[in-house]
Design a protein around this ligand. Structure first.
Ligand SMILES: Cc1cc2nc3c(=O)[nH]c(=O)nc-3n(C[C@H](O)[C@H](O)[C@H](O)COP(=O)(O)O)c2cc1C
Length: 369
């Protein structure tokens, strides 16, 4: 599965895999795809360095990338404590009541509450970049908006290609003007932060808007036929996030969550602001229902919402409170029905791609069979 872009990056298959787990990212790369490690959960540069060391040792010299979150709008000089102070008491009360309703235990004294907003702050992302550029990463991706010009220049000076996610042709044009190299056109079906345009409509719009800049199709891809569809729409590769969550290498820290993902259908996700304050597709749970209920206080803007719910989510995850347990995941969750290794997933995608291409070739009357 070669395209101009996959050849440029030196990978066997034009399959890009976003994942927060180093073991999954390394396995995608070893399977002939391009693994991209999500950096948002690393608040300490040393932790990122430790995992990039591990990636180096487990990728056999093959290429991989890093995804950072640099919000387009800068917030200068604001600390996490400043943000904490902006959270209304009524919202804190709502969190306490919702947890109490489900009997969610407290964390032990001194136990870290897990996710913080610091990974969303520009300075943290910049510290991550200082670490990342000491490793031979081949791609730097940015989630929320175009990366700042100096970051693009620094990446290019280090021989690193820059990608950015786009949910509309307008976003994609903005990225192109910012000098990035690859646009990831991510549709409404996708897990995580998404726009409102479905991949089937979005991908060709973005291809037309930024061509000849390479575009990756993202959102709702979980089979070889869907890979073929992405390429047929003009993409130079595909970018998948959800499908890796139920691989054997993924470390979700919760068997109950894995079971929920395996059982979920394509209609069991919701695009909700409950997680971060911006619309993000995730498993629909009693937690997202509570936040989306008009009788509740409603969500707060990013980054307040993320900070407000961080400790609650750690508790829900630690105690595996099934009705509230969720994760970002896309509509493709309906196809994630068994645990497979990353290698098996990649094999299935490439085999399915070839079958889809053969089938279309036969329909088009281009093959002897
Ligand atoms: C659990 C999860 C976390 C995600 N976190 C990020 C992130 O931190 N940065 C980012 O650029 N994209 C993130 N995404 C979006 C993916 O990069 C990707 O665009 C998306 O998953 C593609 O659609 P799919 O879920 O249908 O495969 C996340 C997706 C999932 C499922």
């Amino acid at each position: 599965m070669q395209t101009e872009l996959s050849r440029r990056l030196g990978v066997e298959h034009a399959i890009f895999g976003f994942t927060p787990f180093p073991a999954v990212a390394a396995a995608i790369t070893r399977a002939g795809g391009f693994g991209v490690l999500g950096a948002v959960r690393y608040t300490a540069p040393d932790d990122l360095a430790r995992d990039l060391d591990w990636m180096q040792e487990h990728t056999d010299g093959l290429p991989y990338g890093l995804d950072v979150v640099m919000p387009a709008r800068k917030v200068e000089g604001v600390t996490e404590d400043d943000v904490e102070a902006m959270i209304p008491e009524g919202h804190r009360q709502f969190v306490r009541e919702t947890l109490a309703k489900h009997g969610v235990p407290e964390l032990a004294e001194g136990e870290a509450s897990g996710w913080r907003i610091t990974g969303w702050m520009e300075q943290v992302a910049r510290d991550q970049l200082d670490v990342a550029f000491t490793y031979p990463i081949k791609l730097l991706a940015n989630a929320l908006g175009s990366p700042p010009a100096d970051v693009v220049d620094r990446a290019h000076a280090n021989g690193v290609l820059v990608a950015a996610l786009a949910g509309s042709a307008r976003h994609a044009r903005h990225h192109a003007e910012a000098g990035i190299d690859i646009v990831v056109a991510q549709g409404y079906e996708a897990g995580g932060h998404t726009g409102e345009i479905a991949s089937m409509v979005l991908v060709p719009e973005v291809v037309d808007a930024v061509g000849p800049l390479p575009v990756l199709a993202a959102g709702g891809i979980g089979s070889g036929a869907q890979v073929a569809a992405g390429l047929a729409l003009g993409a130079q590769g595909v970018w998948l996030g959800s499908l890796w969550l139920t691989t054997t290498e993924a470390d979700l820290h919760s068997r109950a969550l894995t079971r929920k993902l395996l059982a979920a259908g394509s209609g069991d996700t919701v695009r909700s602001r409950a997680l971060t304050g911006k619309p993000a597709r995730q498993l629909r749970t009693e937690w997202t229902d509570a936040w989306d209920d008009p009788s509740g206080p409603g969500t707060l803007p990013m980054p307040l919402q993320g900070l407000l719910v961080a400790e609650a989510l750690s508790r829900i995850q630690k105690y595996e409170v099934a009705p509230l347990l969720g994760t970002p995941v896309g509509q493709i969750v309906g196809r994630m029905n068994s645990e497979r290794s990353v290698q098996e997933v990649v094999d299935d995608l490439t085999r399915g791609f070839e079958q889809a291409v053969d089938r279309i070739s036969r329909i088009a009357g281009r093959s002897g069979s």
